[in-house]
Structures are given as C-alpha cells and as structure tokens.
Design a protein around this ligand. Structure first.
Ligand code: SAH
Length: 502
C-alpha cells in the first residue's frame, strides 16, 4: 500500500525548451537544479533574496533571471514548473501551496509530502536517458542503482542512440511492422554495430547500418517464428542467465509455468504477451497438449515464443516432450538451461551437494506420486555417501522415509527440506530421515519444496547464509499445520523397528 512516503508515481520526460521554470532559493541546491534545467533548455528564473556566486554569475550573464526578495505567489505567473530549494520550511510550504492553487507542478527538494512531482536519479547516454525513482522513499537506493548502471553502460550507447535516431525515418520505412522492427534491432544489437562504435569506428558503423537499411536485403530468418525453451531458475531473478534475459526482452509471447517467479516475469519485454500455462494437479495431460498447440500456433504466426519453465527445462520439466512436438511440426527451437531447484536450493541452504568427505554422487529423483516411487531403484537410492535431491516429494515424505530405511539407509541420515528456495520466503527444515515426515508436518512445509537427503545435509547448520537459519526439531512453530493442498501429510506413528533404530 502506498502512503505519503512513497506515493505511486507516473514517470514522464518533459520538454522544457523555452518554458519558464521557477527555482526558489539561492544556495547550492538551487544552483544544481538551475543548471540541470538550463541543460534541458528551460528558461530559468531564480527567486531568492540573494544568490550564491555561480548563480549570481549566471544572472549577470543573462542566462538566468533573478527575482530578488522573499517568495510571492505572483512569481509563479509564467511558470510551468517550480522547484522549492530553500532551507526555510515555511517558504517551501508557501511555494507548494501557491503551486497547488495554480495547478503548477511543484517539487520541494527532499520533501516527498510537499512535492507534486519528483526528480529522478538519471543516467544519460546521449539521447538515451534512464530515470530511477524510489518514489522518494529511499533516494539513496536510486542513487546507488544509478552508480551501478553508470558503470555498466559505456558511451557507445550514446553513439548508438544518436546513430539510430538519425536514421529513424529510414528504419521505420524499412521495417514498418513493429515486431519486425524489434527483431531487426535485436539482430543489429547482437551484431558488430555497437562494437564499432565502442572502438570509435563510426564510419564502419554507419556503413553497416546503411547495408541493413538497403531495401531488398533478405531477412527471411527474421520473419519465421521460433520457440526458445528457457529455464527461469528457482525464483530469484538474479539467477537467470543473460541469455534468458535477452530472450525475455525479445519475446512476443511468453508461455510460462506457475512456478516461474514474478520477479522473473517482471523482466520480460513490457508488451510481450504473458500466458500462464501452469498445470494444476490432475489436468496434466490436457494442459500439456494445449501447451504444445499454443507454442506451435504462435511460432507459425511468426512470433518469437519463449516457453519459460521453472528451474531447468530438462530436469523434470517435460522439456523433451515439448521439443519433440516442435520438431514434429517443423518449428525452429533453441534451449537455454536454467538453474534447477536442486542446485539453487542446495546453494541457498548452504548444502554442498557433493563433498569429498561426505558424498561422491548426486541423484535427482522425482517423488511425484506413488507410481513414480514404484519405478525407483530403492536399493541404489538407499546407499550411503550419496546425496538425493527429491523433487515434488512433499506429499510423499512418509513413503520415502519408510522405503529408504527398509532398503538400508541409516535413519539418522540428515535431511534439509527447502521450501521456496532462493525466494524471500525461503524456509529450510532440517533433521534426520527418521523424523522427516513429522518435522515437515510440524513446520507445515508446502510445495514447492525440495528434499536434500544425505550426509551433506548436516552442513546446513553451519554453512547457511540466506534467510533465517534452518528450523529443527526444537525450533518454535510459526505456521499453522491446518491441512492445505500440497502440504506435508502428518506422519503416522513411527514403525516399531524405526523406534528402536532411532
Ligand atoms: N524444472 C524444474 C522442476 C520442476 S518439478 C527445475 O529444474 O527446478 C517441480 C518441483 O521442483 C517442485 O515440486 C519442487 O520440488 C521443485 N522446486 C522448483 N522450484 C523450487 C523452489 N524455488 N524451491 C524449492 N523447490 C522447488
């Protein structure tokens, strides 16, 4: 919910050329505001009893106008915008009130409540501008982000933006359809153009662009649709690959699973069509057929389709089936791997999946339903000094425990059960195999959760670093155990044999 500390804001870039902007105040802050406004071509009027030296010089040179004395509402008469930059709270308030009465946009420096508009932190690369705002709630954060982007975006962006702006008319003529234009841009940016500019070889860059813009240059590949099967990772957008990010930025349509985090979807191109094709328990077959049909239909219509899956598309993700369907219909595809839940959950729980002293191998297992459990090689799974990463197992923990112990796994084998791995609400429950179902039930662990079972799981206690520390048998319970879909089932009374073993 918003409040006065961080109101919802609508960003805009204003053309102030020749328009009067009033700056109230004559000190260093007013000077900074005045000079930024001058850069934007505004007609700057500074109102203050006295001006600091630089402002005075500007006034003497006729670059700004000076209104001497204390603020009076009539100063706003010609203004389109006003900035109150005095250290006198009463004056700032008067400017805000007078602006309000005249419907003139007023910014009071460092005062969100009094401001009707805010000035963002910004990065400029020629005509390209990035404005960053925290809504006034955390300006430092916006500034820090600005520093980072400053470091990342070199000056070739300015040259590129200038070059493309100069050819804007020809570009639109060459690719009238926005989708084709975007693809052409993506291709241009992926090519050597920016590299030329970065190395100061502007003529070569221009020649390259010229060739692209020449009518009749064949670009058959740009009009054929295709599907990228992309791994979105476990939820933290920072775990996306750069390649995935680029494809999300170029996509026309994104068909995503329910498991894909909102933070990841927020990185998609703004006008990409987002379609949630997530499966709910019970409707797998029909939904899968529909997903195949959608991918094929969109690709045939010439669209760039991203089929976005949680984790990695080839780990319990039906990626193989989807590619088979695409191949059968002659649709072009590529695959971008993602960080699968086992890797992410292990990392974010501080559990090395292999360790010279504890585990020499790792098995990825799905425990989706009783039938999938029957298909597993239990004697092999029960062996020591290996790690099991069990997907989709929340509802099957009791069966897992019973079978593993029956096939010889030590009931004292440590586990770490990671719920919402890598996400802000991650929880890690630890204990021993013997108490696994009871612990999961006690802390009401819900899907999505990944079970890590093996000697290495004990390291979560010492190596954890993300979120709160692991919950164990003595941790207080914070969540009600009222039954919910996808929640760990209560453990039946332990079998007598287990009681003895434990
Ligand atoms: N292709 C996905 C797995 C899909 S199966 C991947 O590579 O990760 C869905 C199962 O993955 C869930 O039931 C859960 O066991 C696991 N999972 C996916 N994301 C998870 C997360 N953020 N935290 C914990 N487990 C997760």
């Amino acid at each position: 919910m918003s409040n006065d500390n961080a109101p919802p804001l609508y960003p805009l870039f204003a053309d102030l050329r020749g328009r009067t902007v009033l700056v109230v105040g004559g000190g260093a802050v007013a000077r900074r505001k005045a000079s930024a406004l001058l850069q934007a071509g505004a007609r700057v009027v500074v109102g203050a009893p006295a001006l600091e030296p630089e402002l005075r010089a500007l006034a003497q040179a006729g670059r700004i106008a000076h209104l001497p004395g204390r603020f009076q509402p009539a100063w706003l008469d010609d203004a389109w915008l006003a900035i109150a930059a005095t250290d006198d709270d009463a004056v700032n308030r008067e400017v805000a009130a007078a602006g309000q009465a005249r419907r003139i946009w007023v910014n009071v420096v460092d005062d969100v409540a009094l401001s009707r508009f805010q000035v963002p932190a910004r990065i400029e690369r020629g005509p390209l501008q990035i404005a960053i705002s925290s809504g006034g709630g955390a300006p430092m954060l916006a500034r820090l982000l600005r520093e980072r982007l400053e470091a990342q975006l070199d000056d070739s962006w300015a040259a590129l933006a200038t070059l493309l702006a100069r050819q804007r008319g020809r570009i639109r003529e060459r690719w009238p359809e926005p989708g084709a234009r975007r693809r052409a841009f993506a291709r241009l940016l992926a090519g050597p153009l920016q590299g030329f500019l970065r190395r100061g070889r502007h003529r070569e860059a221009e020649r390259l662009l010229d060739a692209e813009l020449a009518p009749g240059t064949g670009n058959a590949a740009a009009t054929a649709g295709s599907v990228a099967l992309v791994g979105a990772g476990p939820g933290d957008p920072g775990l996306l690959t750069l390649r995935a990010l680029r494809l999300l930025n170029e996509a026309d349509v994104i068909l995503h699973d329910r498991l894909v985090g909102e933070g990841v979807l927020a990185l998609a191109r703004r006008d990409a069509e987002l379609v949630c094709v997530g499966k709910r328990a019970g409707d797998h077959g029909t939904t899968q057929a529909r997903i195949h049909a959608l991918m094929i239909e969109h690709a045939r219509a010439g669209r760039r389709v991203v089929r976005l899956k949680g984790g990695d598309p080839f780990v319990f993700g039906r990626g193989g089936e989807e590619l088979e369907a695409l191949r059968a219909h002659g649709v072009d595809y590529e695959v971008v791997p993602g960080i699968t839940a086992a890797l992410a959950c292990a990392a974010y729980a501080g559990v090395p999946l292999t360790h010279r002293d504890h585990a020499q191998s790792l098995r990825l297992v799905t425990a989706h339903c009783a039938a999938s459990l029957d298909g597993l090689d239990w004697p092999a799974l029960a062996q020591e000094r290996q790690t099991l990463a069990v997907y989709m197992g929340v509802a099957m923990l009791d069966t897992l425990r019973t079978r593993l112990i029956r096939h010889g796994r030590d009931p004292a084998t440590p586990f770490a059960l990671v719920e919402n791995g890598s996400r802000p609400d991650q929880r890690v429950v630890v204990g021993t195999l013997h108490e696994l179902p009871a612990q999961a039930h006690r802390h009401a662990v819900r899907s999505p959760a990944l079970l890590i079972l093996g000697e290495v799981a004990a390291l979560a206690d010492t190596l954890h670093w993300f979120g709160d520390g692991p919950l164990s048998a003595d941790s207080p319970v914070h969540r009600s155990t009222a039954p919910q879909a996808g929640t760990a089932k209560p453990a039946p009374a332990p079998e007598p044999a287990l009681e003895r073993a434990a």
